[in-house]
Write a protein that binds this ligand. Structure first.
Ligand SMILES: Nc1ncnc2c1ncn2[C@@H]1O[C@H](COP(=O)(O)OP(=O)(O)OP(=O)(O)O)[C@@H](O)[C@H]1O
Ligand SMILES: [Mg+2]
Length: 442
């Protein structure tokens, strides 16, 4: 059963209970008042009759006086009088006032008015024996009470219905934002991060709405960043492949061609007996092969950065430094590596930090010295990459390098700081990574 229906049912039950209790209390009071009124009416009637009976023996026309006595009760609201003869036959009765519509029997029974009649024997007169019977007549009052009861019930029912309707409207309005939130959450589950909710609910709901919007915003930003990173990765891979193709074409191609030419010339020298010229050509071939070997090694370093896991972190960083040192002969490296062999995810993250740190330094800072230090701290590995280049921001990069770095570090529970170096000189990146307990130590 929906929550709002339950709330309305409970409120309805409470109202019904209150109405029932109120009616019972009012009914009890009405019954008391009615009884008192009837008792007073009967007392008055009895006194009237007693007074008349005192004068009756002296009367010349007792029958007429008795009839007149009965007539005095005509129209009495509370007492009905009947004159009975010696045989119990009715001689005269008073005419009781009639209400519009008699109250229903159950209502009368509920008020429990006792119909206690009173029979007063006639005094000795010429009229003879007989009695005057007085009977309480509560019908008029009960009828009036019934009408009041109906009016009261009408007011109560209409008020209760109006109250319930208002509660229903307020609850429905209060629940509407929750329904919208539920729909948006379902959308979020389906990957729709753009949906937001209007922040217009009651204070309690407003917190939920704000929280939802913040969460959806964060998810949207993360998803956009992931997309961007994926695109960046794809672009990088494309660039890398084009770069490698160029290197193979420009560096290896001409040397292979030169080697084949030299081999042909050697064959010709051998055929024509010019053996003295052959060693020089052989040296040429050997030098070209050495050059190509170096090129192929460098390419392998670029193609296989995951050698971290294969040859260890220190070897991978040393290879990286060699790679850059050959390309930037004027750039100096200061390398401090730990004695312990580090592998696993920590090593992978540390390598990526050094790789991007050095990349950035070369690209943005144009430094003369890059310091790379990996040191063991208390239960952590401290990775530092510092340079003495410029720390001025340069436009042009996609700005994903440092973001990716932070994500890698934080995913492993570590922390990262970067920015211009001390006294605004150069640039510094520092990461604290959890020391690899299981797989890291040898
Ligand atoms: N060693 C550094 N020297 C000077 N500025 C740096 C250095 N490292 C980072 N920066 C500044 O920080 C910015 C962000 O670096 P980040 O690596 O995130 O992006 P990027 O290098 O510009 O692009 P990419 O996504 O290709 O790495 C750089 O654009 C640069 O302005
Ligand atoms: Mg970068």
């Amino acid at each position: 059963m929906p929550l709002r229906v339950r709330i309305i049912l409970v409120i309805g039950l409470v109202l019904l209970l209150a109405m029932t209790l109120g009616t019972l209390v009012a009914g009890y009071e009405v019954r008391r008042a009615l009884s008192a009124e009837l008792t007073a009416g009967m007392g008055g009637a009895r006194q009237t009759v007693a007074g008349a009976f005192e004068d009756l023996p002296q009367s010349d026309h007792p029958a007429r006086d008795l009839r007149e006595l009965v007539e005095t009760f005509d129209g009495n609201r509370h007492v009905h009088a009947a004159l009975l003869g010696a045989e119990g036959q009715t001689v005269a009765v008073s005419h009781t006032q009639q209400g519009d519509a008699p109250p229903p029997g159950w209502f009368r029974a509920l008020l429990k008015i006792p119909p206690s009649s009173m029979a007063l024997p006639l005094p000795q007169t010429r009229f003879g024996a007989g009695q005057l019977v007085l009977t309480p007549t509560p019908d008029l009052d009960v009828g009036a009470t019934w009408n009041e009861f109906l009016a009261l019930m009408g007011v109560l029912v209409v008020t209760a219905m109006a109250g319930l309707l208002m509660v229903y409207m307020v609850i429905t309005a209060a629940f509407r934002p929750l329904t919208v939130l539920a729909q948006r959450f379902a959308g979020l589950g389906g990957g729709d991060y753009a949906g937001r909710v209007a922040e217009t609910g009651a204070p309690e709901v407003l917190h939920l709405q704000r929280g939802f919007n913040l969460m959806a915003g964060a998810l949207e930003a993360t998803s956009a960043r992931n997309r961007q990173l994926a695109e960046q990765l794809a672009n990088l891979q494309e660039e890398e492949r084009a770069d490698i193709a160029r290197d193979l074409h420009d560096e290896i191609g001409p040397h292979l061609f030169a080697v084949s030419l030299d081999a042909e010339v050697i064959a010709q020298f051998a055929a024509s007996g010019r053996h003295d010229a052959i060693p020089e050509r052989v040296q040429e071939i050997q030098s070209a092969v050495r050059y190509m070997q170096k090129q192929v090694r460098d390419l392998l370093v670029r193609l296989r950065p995951t050698q971290v896991t294969e040859f260890g972190l220190n070897a991978a960083i040393e290879d990286l430094v060699r790679f850059w040192a050959t390309r930037q002969p004027d750039l100096l490296f200061d390398l401090a590596l730990p004695d312990e062999a580090i592998s696993g995810p920590t090593a992978e993250v540390a390598y990526r930090i050094v790789q991007e740190g050095v990349n950035n330094a070369v690209r943005h800072g144009k430094p003369g010295l890059i310091r790379i230090a990996l040191a063991r701290g208390k239960d952590e590995l401290l990775v530092t990459v510092e340079d003495d280049g410029s720390s001025q921001s340069v436009a042009g990069g996609s700005g994903l390098g440092l973001i990716g770095m932070r994500e890698r570090v934080e995913a492993g529970g570590g922390s990262l700081t970067y920015g211009p170096g001390a006294a605004g000189q150069g640039w510094s990146v520092q990461a604290r990574l959890a020391w690899p307990h299981e797989e890291g130590q040898s």
